[in-house]
Design a protein around this ligand. Sequence first.
Ligand code: DX5
Ligand code: ZN
Length: 215
Amino acid sequence: MEKIIISPSILSADFANLSAEINAVKSAGAKWIHVDVMDGHFVPNITIGVPVVKSLRKATDLVLDTHLMIENPLKYIEPFAKAGSDILTFHFEACENEKEIEEVIKVIKSYGIKAGISIKPKTEPEVLFPFLDKIDLVLIMTVEPGFGGQEFMHECALKIPKIKEKSGEELIIQVDGGINNLTSKICTSLGAASLVAGSYIFGHEDYKKAIDSLY
Ligand code: DX5
Ligand code: ZN
């Protein structure tokens, strides 16, 4: 049970009180913090960038799990790594070709941090097979990236066993979007090891109850 890693997405937190929000989810048992970076191009929404990650790094020792929903990820790996991300996850769809993906992974790894690749709902999991032995995490989006509070897409969860079957023990399969106390169980029973949850946790009056109900 405790092996499942919960990564609360601060997208649904109170941005004016981020430090307090992070301490609150830490006290509630979270070990990771999911940071959603959106550029208004790769996704229609704009959220936060490097300065916020830098400030979060000073404010917490939790693992900073940074999800880059941006075009041209290669350009931004260095600043997000130097800002203090522990994990950098970029989107398969944001890259032109296999060579670029390999390069992004290499640059992330050069900072001694974990590399993840994410796929949107319409992207087949097989596209990730060539990279599974080079990365630490696969992030399967269970909503269209861009906004919190959307409904879980059940068909996306079926990608979990497909990735699991082809990957080693070490690879972390993470899901993101529409995770609550019911959909979390679907994902973990299929093999997800990490759950991102935004509105479910931060919309709950008791963060600990919310987190505990995800296991
Ligand atoms: C959506 C983001 C998610 C988002 C999830 O594009 O990647 O991390 O915060 O929000 P919920 O848990 O509310 O679906
Ligand atoms: Zn995310």
